[in-house]
Write a protein that binds this ligand. Structure first.
Ligand SMILES: [Zn+2]
Length: 464
């Protein structure tokens, strides 16, 4: 079996994967802030993490996968600047922050299922772990790594010599420093808040008692506190988007290692790259214009079309979103499914995975999750005339435990909302015997790329 190699952001190179305890992997993934729907750029990161989990399991590891849910005020910056995301969502929808958190947590889980993402073994809400966060801040205080200014507790980054190692801040100090807005209470530009009692948000609903007064935690503390709670003081892999490297993950390391004095907290740091909307424009939740799975569904794309789209790029490469590329992904997935559905095992009803194909596939996935190659091997397999249908079927099913595309499920056709409206209009026109209108509508639907049939229940459409 080819050994598993993964790219470690800490060392900036691909490394042989060896977990701390043989056969077991402790995996922590930063989860969503539940104040709005996840946009498809966020979801790309979760697809990458799902692929990682599946590859680890393929290699026989027992994975303990933990993901947090940020359901407490998370500022757009860590310097008590910007807006409180949860509060912003609550105001927008005239609901309490608790209602907002519940609604969007549910929506996120729905998206995870739709993308066929394996459920984390533990999903932990920040608001359920305030005590763990307070305990970690207390440990940092006891270790002399904090100071209090104007009611808030800060982490003193100058007391933690390794600060910024992950982001290589020593080399890029100015760049990263520029992103952090000035907070007059800070002793050093990279210091960050561990516990707020004084915030410009007077109407903050979520507050808890603490040794430093009633308040709420800084954003970064939840991940290091919950990871330690569920996975212990040292873990194998920590994942997130690349935007987490300079501040969030850098601060998580300072907190976890600063509190326990055990290093390294994380053996392998892995980060998924951005989805961009052309011209390096990052899709961000803070911009009002963002694409969600619901937007894609309204345009007729299945969530698995998006999963297929993500598989076509390596997780460390930036991926540019285009509707044309989504169309190509949709067609690609449909054709792949058609090929799998057409495999009728003749002779031997049950085949077995073919050794050579499996070996190639395994080399691809074990080479830092090379999914574009894995996907092309799936095509190659199905087009190979020398392999029996039964063996192809057995092999592709095995491949699909990684790809997660539900390749052996019957093909369904998602019809966009606007096409569905035209179909209803056409049915009404036909009932009124308005043939001219009904023909016009047929042309319109066909021009949009659908085949129109008159079935017993009215107009039937399917993609061309
Ligand atoms: Zn985190």
């Amino acid at each position: 079996m080819p050994e598993l190699h993964l790219y470690n952001t800490m060392s900036r190179q691909k490394m042989l994967f060896e977990p701390r305890d043989p056969g077991e992997v402790k995996l922590y993934c930063c989860g969503p802030t539940v104040y709005n729907y996840a946009h498809i750029g966020n979801l790309r990161t979760y697809v990458f993490e799902d692929l990682l989990r599946r590859v680890l399991e393929w290699n026989g590891y027992q994975v303990n996968h933990v993901m947090n849910i940020t359901d407490v005020g998370h500022l757009t910056s860590d310097a008590d600047e910007g807006e409180d995301k949860m509060l912003k969502g609550a105001k927008r929808e005239k609901k309490t922050v608790w209602e907002i958190a519940e609604f969007y947590t549910h929506a996120f889980m729905h998206d995870m299922t739709a993308l066929n993402l394996l459920e984390p073994h533990i999903k932990c809400k920040a608001t359920d772990h305030i005590q763990e966060m307070i305990d970690q801040v207390k440990a940092l205080e006891e270790n002399g790594l904090t100071y209090t200014a104007k009611g808030n507790v800060y982490f003193d980054t100058t007391k933690f010599p390794d600060y910024g190692k992950l982001a290589q801040l020593d080399k890029q100090e100015l760049q990263a420093g520029a992103r952090i807005k000035v907070d007059k209470n800070k002793k050093n530009p990279h210091d960050f808040v561990l516990w707020f009692t004084k915030s410009k948000f007077g109407d903050q609903e979520m507050q808890w008692d603490s040794p430093w007064g009633k308040g709420f935690p800084g954003w970064h503390i939840e991940c290091s506190a919950m990871s330690t709670r569920y996975l212990g003081s040292q873990i194998d892999i920590h994942c997130g988007g690349i935007d987490h490297i300079p501040v969030h993950h850098t601060n998580e390391i300072a907190q976890a290692e600063g509190a326990t004095n055990i290093k390294p907290w994380v053996l392998y740091w892995m980060h998924g790259n951005f989805l961009v909307l052309g011209k390096d424009k990052k899709m961000a939740k803070s911009e009002e214009n963002f694409l969600t799975l619901k937007v894609l569904a309204d345009k007729g794309y299945d969530p698995l079309d998006y999963r297929y789209f993500c598989l076509q790029a390596h997780y460390r490469k930036e991926l540019t979103f285009h509707w044309d590329a989504m169309d190509a992904a949709k067609t690609g997935l449909r054709r792949l499914r058609e090929k799998v559905c057409a495999l009728v095992p003749n002779g031997s009803p049950i085949g077995s995975p073919t050794g050579l194909q499996l070996e190639k596939f395994e080399s691809a996935i074990n080479d830092d999750l090379n999914m574009p190659q894995a996907l092309s091997l799936a095509w190659e397999l199905l087009d190979n005339p020398d392999i029996s249908d039964a063996d192809k079927l057995a092999t592709i099913k095995k491949f699909d435990t990684i790809l997660g595309l539900k390749l052996d499920e019957p093909i369904t056709h998602a019809i966009p909302e606007e096409i569905q409206k035209l179909v209803t209009e056409r049915d009404d026109a036909r009932k009124e015997k308005n043939w001219k209108k009904s023909d016009k509508l047929r042309d319109k639907i066909e021009k949009a790329g659908f085949i129109v049939k008159d079935g017993p229940n009215g107009t039937e459409v399917m993609p061309k």
